[in-house]
Design a protein around this ligand. Structure first.
Ligand SMILES: Nc1ncnc2c1ncn2[C@@H]1O[C@H](COP(=O)(O)OP(=O)(O)OP(=O)(O)O)[C@@H](O)[C@H]1O
Ligand SMILES: O=c1ccn([C@@H]2O[C@H](COP(=O)(O)O)[C@@H](O)[C@H]2O)c(=O)[nH]1
Length: 234
């Protein structure tokens, strides 16, 4: 098996499906099924979920809200997404634990690194909510940070584009996709598929990143088993 432990980052926006806002249950159910195939193959999976489908701190700041306050709202939004994904996974028999970087005793465990690793070793999927717990960060950075902390082999960013392009493919139809790219090239070319703090953490800790289309059923297991899917950054 190529990977023993994977950190899967799911963007909030991809949970929207075709909706303009919020959560598309069909999409969440598809993700849960795809995650199950990877768990059933004996691979450990931890997940960080974004919140962009509900609330983004930066956008709220532009409308006049104080940034830190807005960012805490964004972190709470990620927990809502995590709970939706947790429900969908439990419905199909996956054992899960949700850990939040901001304490919410009635809802989930607090983030405790060693406990998270023990859950993973016993076959549970651990979902990390509330990002890093700090404003001015993103869930991409939370994904890199948690992946390093729990000694994952890779960060897989499952999103709605099928890899990293020479420019944002949603804005530039002439953009072409890389199969592989170095951390340095991501900086040099200013590619915005993940924020630079997240990229730097992975670079400094020699942790590869794969960006792939999570909306295509079966992609996650292919990737987990070592097939070439999406773009690898290393
Ligand atoms: N060079 C590039 N290659 C690929 N995608 C790019 C590139 N530049 C910008 N993007 C954009 O990055 C987005 C991927 O980020 P994603 O939607 O997963 O956002 P996020 O900020 O991680 O999550 P959230 O929606 O939770 O805020 C794609 O939708 C794509 O349009
Ligand atoms: O560590 C973190 C993670 C996230 N935030 C805030 O949450 C929203 C949603 O996260 P995305 O990564 O954009 O999906 C983000 O816009 C921040 O406002 C944070 O403050 N700290």
């Amino acid at each position: 098996m190529k990977y023993k432990r994977i950190l899967l980052k799911l963007s909030g926006e991809s949970l929207m499906g075709d909706k303009q806002y919020g959560i598309d249950n069909n999409r969440v159910q598809q993700y849960a099924q795809d995650i199950k195939t990877v768990i059933d193959a004996g691979i450990e999976v931890a997940i960080v979920v974004g919140g962009g489908n509900i609330f983004r701190g930066l956008s709220a700041e532009k409308s006049g809200m104080e940034r830190a306050q807005a960012d805490y709202m964004g972190m709470l939004a990620t927990v809502i997404n995590c709970m939706a994904l947790q429900s969908a996974m439990e419905d199909i028999g996956i054992d899960t634990r949700l850990q939040s970087a901001i304490k919410m005793e009635q809802i989930c465990e607090p983030y405790i690194r060693r406990r998270a690793m023990a859950h993973l070793q016993s076959g549970k999927v651990v979902i990390f909510g509330a990002g890093t717990g700090n404003p001015y960060f993103t869930t991409d950075t939370a994904a890199s940070l948690r992946a390093i902390e729990i000694k994952a082999d890779v960060v897989m960013k499952g999103t709605r584009v099928d890899g990293i392009y020479t420019a944002d493919p949603e804005k530039d139809p002439t953009a072409t996709r890389y199969d592989e790219i170095s951390f340095q090239e991501v900086y040099d070319k200013g590619l915005n598929v993940m924020d630079m703090t997240a990229i730097t953490l992975c670079k400094e800790n020699k942790l590869p990143i794969v960006v792939f289309d999570m909306n295509k059923e079966g992609n996650f297991i292919k990737l987990a088993q070592g097939e070439q899917v999406g773009t690898v950054v290393r």
